[in-house]
Write a protein that binds this ligand. Structure first.
Ligand SMILES: NC(=O)c1ccc[n+]([C@@H]2O[C@H](COP(=O)([O-])OP(=O)(O)OC[C@H]3O[C@@H](n4cnc5c(N)ncnc54)[C@H](OP(=O)(O)O)[C@@H]3O)[C@@H](O)[C@H]2O)c1
Length: 324
């Protein structure tokens, strides 16, 4: 089969399509004929050797896919041959076929196409788990989303609105902010050109929940905009800087800094993750969520696709397709 191979860790990422053996199917596993693979920032970090896990070389990156079940192990009962599914593959997704643990495979509704299916679990899953399970966002609260036009950021905007919050989206360009507005944000801030703290003060006074996939200076600015008993959620460090938190800010306003790392929930608390995804699929079917797929490339152009995220040019999701 054709697959995208990472043969060396490098910055910028260097990837090549090659013919490799199809993966073998083990106990409790499902083979998916891949139609689309979603790209996440984690893929960009893994192929540079900058992620918390460093796979042995060579490897096929790709943490989430959508496609059709083409083979199942005899002990698998949750999916059927021929079913349209999404798969949370962790790795191996940038390929024509991938083998995934059956517990990480979910059926997708007819109204969800493969590109949307491959853009769904990681981003919407992270944002819902963070806002609901970790930060307990409630209706009527103010939510500030940093990096709001990005993969996870845009889903936090939509989910924040679905949960009844007043959403302030912050992004670095007017073009990105337009997309944030189209996905439901009530207020917009250009946090590169304008002073984040001053803008928040003028628009809503203060923030109850901050959703931060960017890290570095924007986190520190947002921390200073918090309301009493606010929660600031650490999602990631797309800026490349892991900030240190001045604890006195947490103390003075009775605030909490909360980490939200989605992946480990599948092993540690699968019921929380699966309940969250089931809610999100219901919301999708009801038309309350609209995945924004801004670019789609064939496998052979994986380099160019990853470069969009690496160069801070991506909005919403970028996907790879296997049938072009
Ligand atoms: N905790 C979890 O479970 C989890 C799950 C998924 C992702 N993440 C993390 O969340 C972060 C975002 O992931 P993503 O997939 O949403 O990525 P993405 O689509 O590339 O979005 C990242 C956003 O960060 C902002 N940014 C600021 N400085 C940047 C820089 N130097 N390079 C690139 N982007 C920069 C950009 O918005 P502006 O240009 O508007 O600033 C961009 O829209 C990553 O750190 C990722 O590892 C965490």
């Amino acid at each position: 089969m054709r697959a995208v191979l990472c043969k060396e860790f490098s910055t910028p990422p260097k990837l090549k399509v090659d013919n490799i053996d199809v993966p073998t199917l083990g106990k409790g596993e499902v083979r998916i004929e891949v139609h689309a693979c979603g790209i996440n920032f984690a893929d960009v970090l893994i192929v540079q050797g900058k992620y918390q896990t460093k796979p042995p070389l060579p490897f096929v990156p790709g943490g989430e896919v959508a496609g059709v079940v083409s083979e199942i192990a005899p002990d698998v009962t949750n999916v059927e041959l021929g079913q349209r599914v999404l798969g949370m593959s962790s790795q191996g997704g940038f390929a024509e076929e991938v083998v995934v643990d059956a517990q990480r495979v979910l059926g997708i509704p007819d109204v969800m196409d493969f590109k949307a299916g491959a853009s769904f679990a990681v981003t919407y899953g992270t944002s819902h788990l963070a806002l609901d399970h970790r930060a307990h966002l409630t209706s009527g609260e103010t939510l500030l989303v940093l990096g709001a036009s990005g993969g996870v950021g845009l889903t936090a905007v939509e989910i924040g609105k679905a949960m009844g919050a007043t959403v302030i989206g912050a992004a670095s360009t007017g073009e990105k902010l337009k997309i944030v507005q189209d996905h439901g944000a009530d207020h917009l801030i250009n946090y590169v050109e304008d002073d984040l703290r001053k803008c928040v003060k003028e628009i809503v006074g203060g923030i109850d929940v901050v959703y931060d996939p960017v890290g570095g200076e924007p986190f520190l600015q947002a921390l200073r905009c918090m309301n009493w008993e606010g929660r600031i959620i650490v999602i990631g460090f797309a800026s490349g800087t892991i900030q240190k938190i001045p604890a006195n800010y947490l103390l003075l306003k009775n605030c909490a800094a909360v980490g939200a790392y989605w992946g480990p929930y599948m092993d540690k608390k699968p019921e929380v993750l699966l309940r969250s995804l089931s809610t999100l699929i219901d919301w999708f079917e009801a038309g309350r969520l609209a995945p924004h797929i801004s670019a789609s490339y064939p496998l052979a152009k994986a380099d160019a696709a990853l470069a969009l995220l690496y160069e801070r040019k991506a909005t919403g999701k970028v996907v790879l397709t296997t049938r072009d």
